[in-house]
Write a new protein. Structure first.
Length: 368
């Protein structure tokens, strides 16, 4: 059993101009913040964030996490923390930037503030960081002992991000239902049941409101969907713990990150494709018609809002069989989350599902 839960950040500030409201809250956490992000995120947020920090007489430093949220980058960032005597980490950007900031803060035993610049993931909320190679291939994840001390959700800032990032966030968030409902098994523990039901609510909300949100950026319904992808998606993993987290959808994502041609596809886009693969596996192995129906429902939803349904849509039209098999092998490593499925999966079976997920081809007819 889980002995502790990392349910939520200590404090969340969410409003139209969240950064302007956050100065005192940030200053309560430290005097010498190190702002960590990618080059573009740091440049974009500087005119918004620096006046807020300087208004609190804070000694601000900045550092890029690039080339990736990798061990090498984290080691370099730890040295910067030491050199500049930083006493607070502020992460700004997308999922990898926020993961780097959270893990850096943990290793340096410092508080962390997360400021997402898009609604592409729930990384600003969660007590988890993913570590990649310098080239962007997923290596391992690190459960953290706590969620961030402060999350600042600035709707005005989020609205400056490309719409594609919110669409990807919808793909990442909707996976909570398809994965948590499987990874939770038959558990009757109160909090796990509650987390799974929240995942169902999240799925239904996204089905009902995503299209309208994408048509009206900045509107009330748009803010509801942003809240769902950044905040509610994080609640589910925090409340349900390890039994309500990732399964095959994220395992497929992790495998695909080892294919260089996939790196331009966003995290949530690869996860969204991974959901289809997971449902195809359930259909192939268990003869699960509910999974087949769910996959068809998702295909219509994806087409409506612009999520990828095929490898071609992910920009992998020219992927070789060797590359795809390698991705499947990585997704099926012994410690992979894919093994939370209630049946065994090997790389050959996964490869068949990855190829046939959107065309309904019987696996025995696929030349793999």
């Amino acid at each position: 059993m889980t002995n502790y839960l990392t349910v939520a950040p200590t404090r969340v500030i969410r409003c139209q101009q969240g950064l302007t409201e956050a100065g005192e809250a940030i200053a309560c956490l430290g005097n010498r913040p190190l702002v960590v992000g990618g080059d573009r995120s740091l440049a974009a947020i500087e005119p918004r964030l620096l006046p807020v920090l300087e208004g609190q007489q804070l000694q601000v430093s900045q550092a890029s996490y690039l080339p990736d949220c990798s061990d090498n980058s984290l080691a370099a960032l730890q040295q910067i923390v030491s050199d500049r005597q930083a006493d607070l980490i502020i992460g700004v950007g997308g999922g990898k930037a926020l993961d780097a900031a959270k893990l850096l803060a943990h290793r340096c035993q410092l508080p962390v503030v997360t400021i997402p610049t898009s609604a592409a993931t729930c990384a600003a909320w969660t007590a988890l960081s993913n570590v990649y190679s310098d080239e962007g291939a997923f290596l391992y994840d690190v459960p953290l002992p706590k969620c961030p001390e402060l999350l600042i959700l600035d709707y005005e800032l989020i609205q400056t991000a490309p719409q594609r990032t919110l669409i990807a966030g919808i793909g990442d968030a909707i996976a909570k239902w398809y994965e948590a409902s499987v990874s939770s098994g038959s558990s009757e523990q109160t909090l796990i049941v509650a987390a799974v039901q929240q995942a169902r609510v999240l799925r239904d909300l996204l089905f009902q409101k995503s299209a309208a949100a994408l048509e009206a950026p900045g509107s009330d319904v748009w803010r509801e969907v942003v809240d769902a992808t950044v905040l509610l998606a994080g609640v589910i993993g925090g409340l349900g713990g390890a039994q309500c987290r990732t399964v095959a959808a994220h395992a497929v994502h992790n495998g695909l990150t080892h294919v260089r041609a996939s790196h331009h596809a966003l995290h949530g886009e690869k996860v969204a494709y991974g959901i289809l693969v997971q449902l195809r596996l359930e259909e192939m192995v268990q003869g699960n018609q509910l999974a087949a129906t769910a996959r068809q429902q998702l295909l219509k939803f994806y087409a409506q809002i612009g999520l990828p349904t095929t490898l071609d849509d992910l920009g992998l039209a020219n992927i070789t069989l060797t590359e795809l098999r390698r991705a499947a092998e990585i997704a099926c490593r012994p410690n992979s989350d894919i093994h939370h499925l209630p049946f065994g999966v090997d790389s050959d079976r996964l490869l068949a599902a990855m190829v046939s997920t959107t065309v309904g081809v019987e696996p025995e007819k696929i030349q793999v």
